[in-house]
Design a binder for this molecule. Structure first.
Ligand SMILES: NC(=O)c1ccc[n+]([C@@H]2O[C@H](COP(=O)([O-])OP(=O)(O)OC[C@H]3O[C@@H](n4cnc5c(N)ncnc54)[C@H](OP(=O)(O)O)[C@@H]3O)[C@@H](O)[C@H]2O)c1
Length: 277
């Protein structure tokens, strides 16, 4: 049995779908099973961090999403180990690397979870993806109503990764032997600017979209609807550092899954309906 936390999330849902399709027993955790809309073949269980013993009963592997544990991550890992879980795959972040700002709140959150896992006595694998392609949904409300998209740092470069490519790697890590103690850095296959992402979305929905740069000091929370307000400042700092700077590009997705990582254009095709009014 594989337990998936954050199972209704971008990566978690894709992973649950993959494990069900592969015929593997999967327990999908969500705070609201009624609204989860998870595949039939998954055992959907209400996530309650105080009910660790029940969550992990009969499980041998765990996919952990950092926010799921929060302050209770240590207790959750203890419960997992006690119940017989042997291996945890953590959805961490590419922000953790040599020379990065260790005080950045996103760094702190993921580094803390990695350390708790190292201390837990469980076997582990860390997935450290850089920017998700699905961050582009931040522009969807604007695109549904206008051809002009306001945002910060038009020339910021990332190599956005498709959420299902992260799930595909997680699937291999959980099902194949040999990933214990590995750190997998994950990116999409090519660098794109924000301007190019907007143009790519425009192409798939048949509209001529334009990115208009907003000065970061004028960027209000409405530009980052999915980002906790306390993280926005740190995020803007990372964005500024990525303007015109070629991003890290890895080939880990292809090495581990046998299939090349999908481009941003392909991601936009898969999500075209999210941008249509
Ligand atoms: N976006 C990026 O560019 C990027 C890059 C690198 C790393 N990451 C990391 O990747 C993770 C996000 O992954 P994702 O996009 O797949 O997740 P997501 O879609 O944001 O959410 C995952 C699920 O977790 C549950 N959840 C949310 N808050 C929770 C909480 N406080 N306690 C318990 N459950 C909670 C929700 O499900 P229910 O409501 O059904 O419980 C949600 O659907 C984060 O840790 C992020 O830092 C993101």
């Amino acid at each position: 049995m594989i337990v998936v936390t954050g199972a209704t999330g971008n990566v978690g849902r894709a992973l649950v779908e993959r494990l069900v399709a592969a015929g593997r027993p999967v327990r999908a955790l969500t705070r609201d099973p009624q609204r989860a809309g998870l595949p039939e073949g998954a055992e959907v269980v209400r996530f309650d961090p105080d009910e660790g013993a029940a969550l992990f009963d009969g499980a041998s592997k765990l996919f952990l999403y950092v926010q799921a544990g929060g302050a209770r991550t240590g207790a959750l890992l203890d419960a997992a180990r006690t119940a017989g879980v042997r291996h945890v795959a953590l959805l961490s972040s590419g922000i953790i690397q040599e020379g990065s700002d260790e005080t950045h709140p996103i760094h702190v959150m993921h580094a803390t979870a990695e350390q708790q896992i190292r201390d837990s006595g469980l076997e582990w694998t860390f997935l450290r993806p850089n920017a998700f392609a699905i961050n582009a949904l931040q522009w969807a409300p604007q695109i549904r109503t206008s051809d002009t998209v306001r945002g910060v740092y038009a020339g910021m470069l990332t190599a956005p990764i498709h959420e299902d490519d992260i799930a595909a790697v997680a699937e291999r890590v959980l099902l194949d032997p040999g990933h214990e103690g590995a750190v997998h850095r994950l990116t999409g296959p090519e660098a794109v600017t924000n301007t190019e992402q907007i143009a790519a979305i425009g192409r798939v929905i048949g509209r001529d979209l334009r990115f208009v740069e907003t000065p970061p000091e004028e960027a209000g929370p409405e530009l980052f609807p999915h980002v906790p307000p306390e993280i926005v400042k740190g995020l803007l700092k990372s964005f500024e550092a990525a303007v015109g700077v070629p991003p890290e590009i890895t080939t880990t997705v292809e090495k581990l899954t046998g299939v090349p990582a999908r481009t941003f254009a392909r991601w936009a095709e898969d999500h075209a309906d999210d941008f249509r009014s």
